[in-house]
Design a binder for this molecule. Structure first.
Ligand SMILES: CCCCC/C=C/C(=O)SCCNC(=O)CCNC(=O)[C@H](O)C(C)(C)COP(=O)(O)OP(=O)(O)OC[C@H]1O[C@@H](n2cnc3c(N)ncnc32)[C@H](O)[C@@H]1OP(=O)(O)O
Ligand code: NDP
Length: 264
């Protein structure tokens, strides 16, 4: 009888932007499944407690590294530290990202560059540097964090939406280019997920629905994105590459999108 294989035990995984939110949940989920996890953020003191928790409470081991993914040299040091501690990475999760909400006409050149640099160029740096080691090692799996804002327009999200849309196309291109090297590259596009970053940026602190008419689904939990990432990097997803998987929740009862779904 066939059983699905979601195992990541013994794999080495780099998760960027893992001091909080979705990245932290991904790191803790992979650690709980026995992976060796290397986590980074811009502040050592913010990733240290996350690594300690993974070391103490899970089957996996963790290494915390201070790394700003916008800085190529720091990304190179992150991958070097990974190889030294656990060997070549099997998994890379390009999670570090963020935004501010502003009308297009109010975004300065520096503001535009900050968001593109963090979301898109950070993903490029990590994929190129870790990807080289993966190719030498015979393969691996990369998951990029895009957003529903990379799939559909939303006001105030021109810079972030453009960067997240580019990540989807980058995913598709790398999947084709690196298939001969045994590297699968997939993407996750979350809808609204409850994280410290969302609380800071959008002012949404709880599971209560935000006062935005366009948001008609419940807010997600970071662990619901982490479970999807674990699936994508596991052997169970061996037939998937170049895909963007949307996780944006269930329509709220009473709105038009729930019609016919038996949710009323
Ligand atoms: C339905 C689904 C919706 C889902 C939406 C969720 C999206 C997410 O990404 S959730 C994750 C949320 N987390 C964050 O967004 C983190 C909070 N944001 C930040 O920490 C920062 O904004 C940053 C990391 C994204 C950028 O930081 P940094 O590089 O340090 O940028 P500076 O503060 O130095 O500013 C650079 C540049 O940007 C201008 N700017 C900053 N905020 C605004 C603003 N609100 N409006 C307009 N412009 C802004 C700032 O003025 C600087 O430009 P110059 O003044 O020209 O130098
Ligand atoms: N939450 C949501 O609703 C959605 C989120 N996403 C995407 O999911 C990802 C995670 O979002 P979320 O958990 O909400 O974000 P948070 O803002 O809660 O967390 C962001 C993480 O990234 C780290 N980080 C920020 N900048 C850098 C950098 N330059 N280098 C390294 N690490 C950095 C932060 O750590 P520190 O501050 O310590 O450096 C933090 O750990 C992002 O890519 C986001 O765009 C997509 C769709 C929806």
């Amino acid at each position: 009888m066939h059983e699905p294989d979601y195992a990541v035990a013994g794999k080495t995984a780099i998760v960027t932007g893992a001091s909080q939110g979705i990245g932290r949940a991904i790191a803790e989920t992979l650690g709980a499944s026995g992976a060796n996890v290397v986590i980074c953020s811009r502040a050592q003191e913010r990733v240290d407690p996350v690594a300690e928790g993974i070391d103490e409470e899970t089957e996996g081991a963790a290494l915390a590294v201070e790394c700003n993914v916008r800085e190529r040299e720091q990304v190179e040091a992150l991958v070097d530290a990974t190889v030294e501690e656990f060997g070549a990475p099997d998994v890379l999760v390009n999670n570090a990202g963020g935004e501010f909400v502003a009308p297009f006409e109010d975004i300065s050149p520096n503001g535009w560059n900050a968001i593109v640099d963090l979301n898109l160029n950070g993903t490029v740096h990590c994929s190129q540097v870790a990807g080289e080691v993966m190719r030498e090692n015979g393969g691996g799996s990369i998951v990029n964090l895009s957003s529903v804002n990379g799939q559909h327009a939303a006001p105030g999200e021109s810079h972030y939406g453009a960067a997240k849309a580019a990540i989807i196309r980058l995913t598709e291109t790398l999947a084709v280019e690196w298939a001969p090297h045994g590297i699968r590259v997939n993407c996750v596009a979350p809808g609204l997920v409850q994280t410290p970053g969302v609380a800071e940026t959008l002012g949404i602190e709880s599971e209560q629905m935000p006062a935005r008419e366009t948001v008609d689904r419940r807010i997600g939990h970071a662990e619901e994105i982490a479970d999807l990432v674990q699936f994508l990097v596991s052997p169970a997803a061996s037939f998937m590459t170049g895909e963007t998987v949307t996780a944006k929740g269930v329509p709220k009862p009473g709105n038009s999108m729930s019609d016919g779904l038996g949710l009323e």
